[in-house]
Design a protein around this ligand. Structure first.
Ligand code: TXA
Ligand code: MG
Length: 314
């Protein structure tokens, strides 16, 4: 267990090492934005392809502005209302931002995370810390330091900040021609963002992008070690066992039916923890039940993750 404090974390980052950092959404695998070595280490440690851009974490709007060439009124209002918090804003980058971070795009994703330890760390660092979720590429995201350890063992130093309170990744938004587009759903819904803008005198359309539109938004992602099948309400295993066997090409004997909690805030906090737990408890297939109340907007982020984590939907 390589637990470090914020001062050690800072020194490691500045010397070109990666450090796992806590945030309110999920743990990130951080590298200093001005260290090419650190940035490259993020990709090699995660086994992540270079076409998937990274989010830069900063502790203030001023730092976000220092890394961008265009910061619109929409960016400003959303940042002032939602930061620190689970919202990533995409803006035109300037030449301080390495193309390693943006996969060659001319824009950069910026986020000020709502976690005291990480905000302390960021306040001592010039520029910011690029950090994707601290998991092997395509796998389930970590919401505790134990999860990070399960992913990387002793290879990665961890700033331990307890369990992530939101539990799923930030809402990612872009701004184009005065309109807001949501590339990845999360805690902040289109309705919430529209209301925030409207209260500040900006009437903008806020719409969900057709997926996959952002690079890195691949069809399969967040996958647990055992297959996850999305099933309708009141599902009976015995009636579908042979169909699942045929479709997945394997047989299963220890299914677990997974009903989501009643509220989306609890569901998102528990989501990745549960995905890991089922496997450790010896189940060999997860049957995630989707019921009527899951179709409202606050559930979009959760079902976006489950849809990508699934092997099959019935
Ligand atoms: O909550 C979060 O956002 C967490 C924590 C650690 O902050 N981070 C996270 O990073 O989820 P990651 O790498 O797993 O997802 C970042 C995604 C990319 O896959 C991409 O879809 C989008 O953000 N993204 C980043 N920069 C972008 C850009 N310039 N244009 C479009 N999409 C971008
Ligand atoms: Mg990720």
């Amino acid at each position: 267990m390589k637990r470090v404090d914020p001062v050690q974390a800072r020194n490691l980052l500045l010397s070109g090492e990666v450090v796992a950092i806590p945030t309110e959404t999920v743990y990130g695998l951080g590298g200093w934005i001005y260290s090419e070595e650190g940035l490259k280490k993020i990709f090699s440690t995660k086994e992540r392809p270079f076409f998937d851009p990274l989010i830069v974490h900063i502790d203030s709007i001023e730092k976000a502005r220092m890394l961008t060439s265009e910061w619109t009124a929409i960016h400003d209002v959303l940042a002032r209302h939602c930061w620190p918090g689970p919202l990533t804003l995409i803006a035109k980058k300037n030449d301080k931002v390495s193309s390693l971070i943006t996969s060659g795009l001319d824009s950069v994703g910026l986020r000020c995370p709502n976690h005291e330890l990480t905000l302390n760390l960021l306040s001592t660092i010039d520029g910011g810390v690029a950090a994707p979720s601290a998991n092997k590429f395509g796998k389930t995201s970590p919401t505790s330091s134990e999860h990070v350890e399960q992913e990387f063992g002793d290879a990665v130093a961890i700033l331990d900040g307890g369990s992530s309170q939101i539990g799923i990744e930030s809402t990612v938004v872009g701004v184009k021609d005065g309109q807001v587009e949501i590339f990845r759903p999360g805690f902040y819904t289109a309705k919430m963002l529209k209301e925030i803008l409207s209260k500040n005198g900006i009437e903008a359309t806020v719409a969900y992008a057709e997926s996959p539109v952002a690079p890195g938004q691949l069809k399969h992602h967040y996958m647990p070690k055992i297959p996850l099948v999305i099933v309708p309400e009141n599902f009976v295993w015995e009636s579908h066992q042979s169909e699942i066997k045929t479709k997945l090409g394997a047989s299963f004997s220890r299914p677990v039916i997974w009903k989501q909690p009643l509220t989306p805030d609890i569901a998102s906090r528990e989501l990745y923890q549960k995905m890991r737990e089922f496997d450790q408890q010896g189940f060999d297939i997860i049957l995630a039940e989707r019921s009527g109340h899951h179709f409202s907007e606050e559930w979009l982020g959760i079902w976006n993750r489950l849809e990508k984590a699934k092997s099959l939907a019935l």
